[in-house]
Design a protein around this ligand. Structure first.
Ligand code: THU
Length: 130
């Protein structure tokens, strides 16, 4: 599939506008592209009980999976509060769970207006699988 990385990043930017982050004041948006060609957006959702916070990436992934999607081809991550908002360790492993057998997930971030595209294995070389 020919992936429109800029469009995916635009979706992540749009998603970051819904961030619920009154505690960290660090907004994040994510957008995942699935093998059916659909895009699912997510934002970080914080909680007064801090440990219950859900990252933007996992919000987007769980939305996709709960709609029956199990193959993620690409994810874009954006924060208006920082350049190069890379996925946290937990989200790397959750992405790995839904990486197709025959394709490595593209991870798209933005730094000073330029897109950076890396494969998931750059961030998570030895993901865990049962
Ligand atoms: N956050 C994400 O949404 N994604 C990440 O990959 C890193 C961290 C959120 C969680 C929390 O709401 C805020 O950023 C500060 O850690």
């Amino acid at each position: 599939m020919n992936i429109d990385y800029k469009n995916l990043m635009d979706n992540a930017k749009e998603a970051s506008r819904n961030s619920y982050s009154p505690f960290s004041r660090f907004a994040v948006g994510a957008a995942v592209l699935t093998s059916t060609g659909k895009i699912y957006r997510g934002c970080n959702v914080e909680n007064s009980s801090f440990g219950l916070t859900n990252c933007a990436e996992r919000t987007a992934i769980f939305k996709a999976v709960s709609e029956g999607e199990r193959e993620i081809l690409a994810v874009a991550i954006y924060s208006p509060n920082s350049d190069s908002c890379y996925p946290c360790g937990a989200c790397r492993q959750v992405l790995f769970e839904f990486q197709p057998d025959e394709y490595e997930i593209d991870v798209i971030t933005e730094n000073l207006g330029s897109l950076e595209i890396q494969k998931l294995s750059y961030f998570l070389p030895c993901g865990f699988r049962i």
